[in-house]
Design a protein around this ligand. Structure first.
Ligand SMILES: N[C@@H](CCC[C@H](N)C(=O)O)C(=O)O
Length: 269
């Protein structure tokens, strides 16, 4: 059977979005990884499947390029907000979020940040705002769960860090039993940071929306900045506000690249 999809992106973090609300589409780790493969498949950082939800307007399933199904994706949430329009309550494995379409993007209430060591999760108890751990020149990070797990290192110059080499080492360290997204952030001004992210299950991406939320709230907690915070990623900026009540509001662009279809038989489950 032929399956239609939209190719979309948020700041260059790119997605295959399958709208399976009316017609179910079977997805597995193997099929998602094959579709995400940039050499032999269609190619993307994350594959998104939209399904009916009994708890919200829509259910969003998120698969990383390696096929792992995960809890949250900030940039894809904006893409889905733009695709569906209006205000949408979106059920994810990380919780229910609300995306409101804007001209050329969306504003997404990503829900609360969680800072408990067992909420991130870490393998053992420690202070998650000032972690007594390090990997070569990267040390003393902070961690947060914003639907998915992030560790962020505050460094003088994000471009001086060899994230392609250190990212996978930290992502798979036993300290993070569910692996982790790895950010390096530099403070550029009182409400302005620069961020690069090695994404769990996807590697270096042009932008990571949840990474921007994580870096912003951790920089605020460390009193390095005050909110709202502009986060500059390789693909462009996002605005992050940590709202009274605790939830994180992320605002930024999203865009359509093209529409296409694939044959299910070419991508076995
Ligand atoms: N690109 C995303 C994050 C996607 C999921 C992440 N790699 C994970 O495994 O948690 C974003 O924009 O947030």
């Amino acid at each position: 059977m032929s399956v239609a999809f939209h190719k979309m992106h948020g700041l260059g973090n790119d997605f295959i979005v399958i709208d399976a609300r009316a017609e179910p589409v079977a997805m597995s780790a193997a099929r998602a990884a094959a579709l995400a493969d940039r050499r032999t498949g269609i190619g993307c950082d994350q594959l998104i499947v939209l399904e009916p939800s009994s708890a919200a307007n829509v259910r969003m399933r998120i698969f990383n390029a390696d096929g792992s199904e995960v809890e949250a994706c900030g940039n894809a949430s904006r893409a889905v907000g733009l695709l569906l329009g209006g205000a949408q309550r979106i059920e994810t494995l990380g919780g229910t979020i609300t995306a409101t379409a804007t001209a050329g993007g969306a504003s997404v209430d990503m829900g609360p940040a969680r800072f408990g060591w067992d909420e991130i999760p870490l393998a053992y108890a420690m202070d998650t705002l000032s972690m007594p751990v390090g990997w070569e020149e990267l040390d003393n990070p902070a961690a947060v769960n914003v639907g998915n797990p992030h560790v962020v290192f505050f460094v003088p110059d994000v471009d001086a860090v060899d994230l392609a080499r250190l990212g996978p080492m930290i992502e798979t360290d036993p300290l993070f039993p569910e692996k982790v997204n790895v950010g390096v952030a530099s403070v550029l001004g009182p409400r302005h940071i620069k961020l690069r992210v090695w994404e769990r299950g996807a590697g270096l991406t042009r932008a990571c929306g949840t990474g921007a939320c994580a870096a912003a709230v951790l920089a605020i907690r460390r009193k390095l900045v005050t909110g709202p915070v502009r986060v500059d990623l390789p693909g462009g900026p996002l605005e992050i506000a940590w709202q009274a009540g605790g939830s994180i509001l992320m605002t930024g662009p999203a865009a359509f690249s093209f529409a296409g279809s694939f044959d299910e038989d070419a991508y076995p489950l």
